[in-house]
Design a binder for this molecule. Structure first.
Ligand code: SF4
Ligand code: SF4
Length: 753
């Protein structure tokens, strides 16, 4: 596109009071050769009219120096065919000015520091505008709107019902011969309405009947998914009889020969080629998105030998007890053991949670319902009854037949036809010896993804979700921000496979997953990304002529979006891609980029920063800031007027994983004195919006530290830091600490070379 660029400076919100707007305008029009206009309130009616008139008059690339790009998004939206670049002069310059402490004088150069920072941000914004191109959305050749639901339990059936109600065709695949899943065996469900004390009817039977009568829903029972190939909008799925041992034993990646055969077959019949590589017994079908509702499994509790599961008669798990309860076989005296006790007595059973607490309360009620003199003993370390379930807990406390005490269970043993339970350190302060008919152990709820490859993807990175061991077997791509989304785009998890949930929560969960699947289909159709960059029209483009087939991009993509051929050449699947840019950060050849975010564009922005020479008060430190949490946290630090050190310059990045080490080298060779990466937490409490981008970036930075050492530069000039969105009070200090370290080291010795 032929660019007609114009820059606009806003002097409102205190910007004009703190900055010399005329001088700033001269930087833009002089140095950057970009026409520049100043207005006292760009987001007001008059300001918007000015912008709109210019856009109508031919301006197609708008640079706005005003507030944060996170606000006034509608006011400064000129349509998809225009480029808009925002320079954050308000939150991250003017409002971030360091104020002197009480009784202190501001530094004589305070106004100059502010002006220099604002000028650098305008230089960077103009550079970005000049280098940005409009992206055409990725057009898919075919799109199938059928949603496949794996699992015919409460979660799967609810997802199917909701997707069908929204007008989509649904295919439900269930490995058992009947629909209903585990919930089929539950006698009653928890209270879902006031007064939150009464058990309710199990909804699953009615749901099974509803699904069976729904013309938009096709059901395959006794069937498992053998393989899923393809990408959102066009997944090709083959099936096998449940329990069949002749599972298609495909390699982790599709080889060139296989791909050829698939393509050749497909030329004649869209499914035939792939089918050659799939299970023996069933034709492949095409679906657009997948809801994973394969549920959970009770955790094995036999490892706790002192509790006697499998050795002492009448010691059962909570799931086993529920079946007995449904059959009306509830004994009169039952002990419910919620924590294993013994040496680590403060711990709960693995995968125990609020649901297992509430199951004990529910099953204790069965004991009283079915036996006039029934007595239930709940022995716990922690009872969790969130929200209204507190009332359910209280109703159990008021039930004369239910006794609850915190205690450490030390032994469960046979005593004739009875079972003896020894409990220490109880709330009552004395040891208890109970003799009961039955002991129920609160086995936790393990997601099926922990045990089995429940998805069978024909992806380069393997058939299951990656890094499962890091996330306790759960498939979520972000446990806070993006519920239902797994680490494979187009596959959405709900119910027990996603987290421990009650039946009521399962219904909400499944509805959410069905919506996500629909969003994915519709985004795929429009050629845009799903969360977290929903609506993004860009996608990674590869300059293959220079690819060395090093496979870093295919291996590091957190979403398995890239397959490769036998030589290692990446085979992108844009509809699987979440646009994080981790592949771009990984590529040593720097040949991956987006239309509005690439190696050259960010490298040029770095070079646009003015680096003063021989001035210890004006060192320059570039900080690559993750736009998901760290950037909004910085904005909030500005809003709270915390003050940010004047020596730093921020560049927002899609994810720290997208930071290519070439940028760090660019910064240091441009004479900058340090470089920092500011992104999300990783590890056990991971919050990276692209699963592992920040962790990958940290590793790369360790390596670049070694490289710097060999160049005679201190490796401490580069650092990474992890912050959460709520860390706005801490960020200024984190930055200051780093700046102080750099100041102590002194200027970059290569400055000026
Ligand atoms: S942008 Fe992210 S999701 Fe897309 S291919 Fe690259 S690494 Fe994978
Ligand atoms: S990282 Fe770059 S050079 Fe390596 S395989 Fe991917 S595109 Fe090719």
């Amino acid at each position: 596109m032929d660019k007609n660029i114009c820059a606009y400076l806003c002097s409102g919100c205190g910007i004009g009071d703190a900055l010399d707007m005329e001088a700033l305008s001269e930087v833009v029009s002089g140095e950057m050769s970009t026409e520049c206009k100043t207005h006292e309130c760009l987001c007001g009616a008059e300001g918007k009219a000015l912008l709109q008139a210019d856009v109508a008059g031919g301006v197609n690339t708008v640079v706005i120096g005003a507030c944060s790009p996170r606000v006034m998004t509608e006011e400064f939206n000129f349509g998809d065919d225009k480029i808009t670049v925002r320079a954050n002069l308000r939150e991250q310059v003017v409002w971030a000015e360091v104020k002197p402490g009480e009784g202190e004088e501001p530094p004589a150069e305070a106004a100059e520091f502010l002006q220099e920072t604002a000028s650098d941000y305008m230089r960077m914004a103009c550079t970005r505008a000049a280098k940005t191109e409009i992206a055409e959305p990725w057009e898919v050749e075919t799109l199938d709107r059928t949603i496949m639901v794996m699992g015919g339990g409460l979660a799967g059936l609810t997802a199917a019902k909701e997707a069908a109600a929204a007008g989509y065709d649904v295919l439900v695949v269930e490995k058992e011969t009947d629909l209903g899943g585990k919930a089929k065996g539950w006698r009653q469900s928890f209270p879902s309405k006031a007064p939150w004390t009464d058990l309710e009817e199990n909804p699953v039977e009615a749901l099974v009947a509803e699904i069976s009568a729904n013309a938009k829903i096709t059901v395959k029972t006794g069937t498992e998914v053998a393989r899923i190939a393809g990408a959102p909008g066009a997944f090709k799925v083959s099936f096998k009889a449940a329990g069949s041992t002749s599972e298609w034993d495909a390699p982790a990646k599709v080889t060139v020969d296989q791909q050829d055969a698939i393509d050749k077959g497909e030329a004649e019949d869209p499914n035939a080629g792939l089918q050659n590589y799939m299970a023996e017994d069933s034709a492949a079908v095409t679906v657009g998105a997948v809801v994973l509702a394969t549920g959970w499994k009770p955790a094995d509790v036999s490892q706790y030998e002192h509790l006697g599961h499998g050795t002492v008669k009448n010691v059962v798990t909570n799931a086993e007890f529920e079946k007995l309860a449904k059959e009306g076989k509830v004994p009169a005296n039952v002990a419910f053991i919620q924590s294993p006790g013994g040496a680590e007595h403060d711990k709960d059973f693995p995968y125990c949670n609020s649901v297992t607490s509430m199951v004990a309360l529910k099953q204790a009620q069965y004991v009283c319902q079915d036996n006039e003199e029934g007595k239930a003993y709940i022995l716990y370390q922690h009872m969790r009854t969130p929200g209204h379930m507190e009332l359910f807990y209280k109703s159990a406390q008021e039930n004369d037949g239910i006794f609850m005490t915190k205690g450490n269970v030390t032994q469960v043993k046979q005593s004739g036809s009875m079972v003896k339970v020894a409990v220490e350190e109880t709330l009552l302060g004395e040891a208890l010896d109970l003799e009961v008919d039955m002991v129920v152990l609160a086995a936790g709820m393990e997601p099926t993804t922990l045990h089995e490859n429940s998805i069978n993807l024909a992806y380069r990175q393997g058939p299951a979700f990656n890094d499962l061991e890091l996330f306790d077997g759960y498939a979520d791509s972000h446990f806070i921000c993006f519920p239902y989304e797994t680490r494979r785009t187009g596959v959405y998890a709900c119910g027990g496979v996603r987290k421990a949930v009650t039946m009521d929560e399962t219904i909400d969960d499944a509805t959410g997953a069905a919506l996500k699947a629909i969003q994915c289909l519709e985004s795929t159709d429009r050629g845009v990304s799903v969360h977290p960059r929903s609506g993004d029209t860009t996608y990674p483009e590869f300059f293959m002529q220079r690819c060395t087939q090093c496979k870093r991009c295919t291996e590091e993509c957190p979403f398995g979006a890239l397959d490769d051929d036998e030589k290692g050449t990446p085979l992108p699947n844009p509809t699987r891609c979440r646009r994080c840019g981790t592949c771009m950060g990984a590529c040593p050849e720097r040949i991956i980029g987006f239309k509005d975010y690439n190696i050259d564009l960010i490298g040029s922005m770095i070079k646009a920063v003015e680096v003063p020479e021989d001035d210890d008060d004006r060192l320059r430190i570039i900080v690559f800031v993750c736009e998901n949490d760290a950037y909004p946290a910085l904005d909030m630090a500005g809003m709270k007027r915390h003050g940010i050190n004047h020596m730093v310059r921020f560049i927002p990045v899609r994810c720290l994983g997208s930071v290519n080490m070439a940028w760090i080298r660019d910064a240091l060779s441009a004479g900058m004195d340090g470089a920092m990466l500011l992104g999300c937490t990783y590890g056990d409490d991971y919050q990276c919006h692209f699963v592992k981008g920040s962790e990958i970036a940290n590793k790369r930075m360790e390596n670049i530290g070694d490289t710097l050492s060999t160049l005679g530069l201190e490796s401490e000039r580069c650092a990474t830091n992890q912050v959460a969105i709520t860390d706005y009070d801490k960020i200024p200090q984190i930055i200051n600490d780093f700046v102080e370290e750099i100041v102590e080291m002194g200027p970059n010795p290569f400055k000026g070379f």
